[in-house]
Ligand binder design. Structure first.
Ligand code: ATP
Ligand code: MG
Length: 171
């Protein structure tokens, strides 16, 4: 992950630019995380309108960004909780909310979680492994595509991470 963040930051790697059917990608990712969610008795749901806009960009990187958000949501949500993926889009912009009922993030830490190597001091975070790079990488990827990731959270209640990406204008 560190290598990838550095490469992306320095612009030293080529990022792909293909047409992305984001609805298919989301179904596949949900499918891939179904078993791990189930093993924690977490309800993982995907809500998307019948049609989502086409995106253009680096498929693997966008997939990685979304995986990081979903992986975190499952990792930082105690057993019995839920993780909801809500996709939406218009001709301008695609958005994905990853909403969990997990441990949440305090207002002071919300500004820090996108920093490289930052992990919360919360004991519940240290119950699982992590290097603190996933969100830095995900945000870098979103920004390289002209989008961003934002966060709203309440400690002990849950978090909502929102990924926004511009749509493929040529489509
Ligand atoms: P890595 O992703 O590198 O394996 P990580 O999950 O600790 O490790 P990030 O994904 O960058 O690193 O997240 C940084 C920190 O933000 C986490 O350690 C945790 O404190 C907090 N965090 C991220 N997502 C959530 C979430 N959904 N709920 C609560 N806290 C979160
Ligand atoms: Mg992570």
């Amino acid at each position: 992950d560190l290598l990838r963040v550095s490469e992306l930051e320095s612009g030293s790697i080529r990022v792909g630019s293909s047409e992305i059917q984001i609805d298919d990608m989301l179904s596949e990712i949900r499918e891939a995380y179904a078993a791990i969610a189930e093993s924690k008795s977490i309800a993982l749901t995907l809500d998307a309108p019948p049609r989502l806009p086409l995106l253009r960009g680096d498929r693997d990187h966008i997939e990685l960004a979304i995986q990081n958000l979903i992986g975190n949501a499952i990792k930082y949500t105690p057993e019995g909780g839920s993780v909801a993926l809500r996709a939406d889009g218009d001709e301008r912009e695609f958005s994905l909310d990853v909403v969990d009922t997990g441990i949440g993030i305090s207002p002071e830490e919300s500004a820090l979680v996108f920093d490289k190597f930052y992990r919360s001091g919360d004991d519940r975070v240290h119950e699982s492994e992590g290097s603190g790079l996933g969100l830095a990488l995900a945000r870098e990827i979103a920004r390289l595509h002209g989008g961003d990731i934002t966060l709203e959270s309440e400690l002990n209640r849950g978090s909502r991470f929102t990924l926004r990406l511009p749509t493929d204008r040529a489509a």
